[in-house]
Design a protein around this ligand. Structure first.
Ligand SMILES: C[S@@+](CC[C@H](N)C(=O)[O-])C[C@H]1O[C@@H](n2cnc3c(N)ncnc32)[C@H](O)[C@@H]1O
Length: 246
């Protein structure tokens, strides 16, 4: 082999080796960064859960936070709003741990009631048992309703087919249902269906607000309900709080 060719091959080999080492170092740094991010995220949730459990002082343990359950930072934000503003009528779309936390916070206030719209009968039966077990059933009503086809703005939306929400102005609204997989912008109907019933100064909480689907819901609400002031809470999944200004 001519010497020039041999040198070229060596140079190529060395360049490849250097590129492989650089790639490995870069991947290692990214992995470390991701691990740090993950442990920071877990620590923040752990701290929120510890604070929540401490302040709720429940007589028995909360059920496990699994699947679609609200994350501790979201649940803590809800409880703090209840303690701070003492709402009387709380409405929730999509029940779960949030219902238990809201009911307990209202019980601690000694005032108020949460009405939770729930499409899944089996889940509602389980949750009713948890409300009893935690001694907060008198502060919450599960409104089990199938998701019917609601016509809005020339489109059809899955929405709770029920008309037993009590009369009166809503002091706090939590939007965490219907399930987002049902159709794009699945939580949009909460705006046209419930915002008009909120009293001035009342707040609506939208969980999962970091997701593209929820961002689009927020953008549409902003266009259609400009008298709701939007505020962002930096929870893990993103929490948007919309306060009625007029
Ligand atoms: C996003 S979840 C609502 C979560 C609830 N607001 C909370 O904070 O726990 C929407 C629907 O999923 C179902 N769901 C609620 N909690 C769940 C859980 N832990 N695992 C699986 N499904 C759940 C219920 O049918 C609920 O209406």
């Amino acid at each position: 082999m001519p010497a020039a060719l041999a040198w070229t091959l060596w140079a190529v080999l060395l360049a490849l080796l250097a590129a492989a080492v650089a790639l490995a170092l870069w991947q290692h740094a990214r992995l470390r960064e991701a691990r740090h991010g993950e442990s920071r995220r877990l620590l923040a949730q752990f701290e929120a859960l510890a604070t929540l459990l401490d302040e709720l002082a429940l007589p028995a343990r909360l059920p496990a936070i699994t699947g679609g359950a609200g994350r501790p930072d979201f649940l803590l934000a809800l409880a703090r709003h209840v303690w701070a503003t003492r709402p009387r009528l709380v409405v929730e779309c999509g029940s779960g741990l949030s219902t238990l936390v809201l009911a307990r916070a209202l019980q601690q206030n000694g005032d108020g009631h949460v009405y939770a719209l729930e499409h899944d009968q089996e889940f509602a039966a389980w949750l009713a048992g948890e409300l009893e077990r935690l001694g907060v059933a008198d502060r919450a009503t599960l409104l089990v309703a199938q998701l019917g086809a609601l016509a809005l703005g020339g489109e059809t939306w899955p929405w709770y087919a029920e008309d037993t929400l009590p009369a009166g102005e809503i002091d706090m609204l939590v939007v965490d249902g219907p399930p987002g997989r049902l159709r794009p912008l699945a939580r949009y109907p909460a705006g046209p269906m419930l915002f008009d019933r909120m009293r001035i100064g009342a707040a609506a909480f939208l969980d999962d607000a970091r997701r593209g689907k929820e961002r689009r819901v927020l953008a549409r609400w902003t266009r259609e309900f400009p008298w709701f002031r939007q505020e962002w809470r930096d929870t893990e999944k993103g929490l948007a709080v919309l306060t009625r200004s007029r």
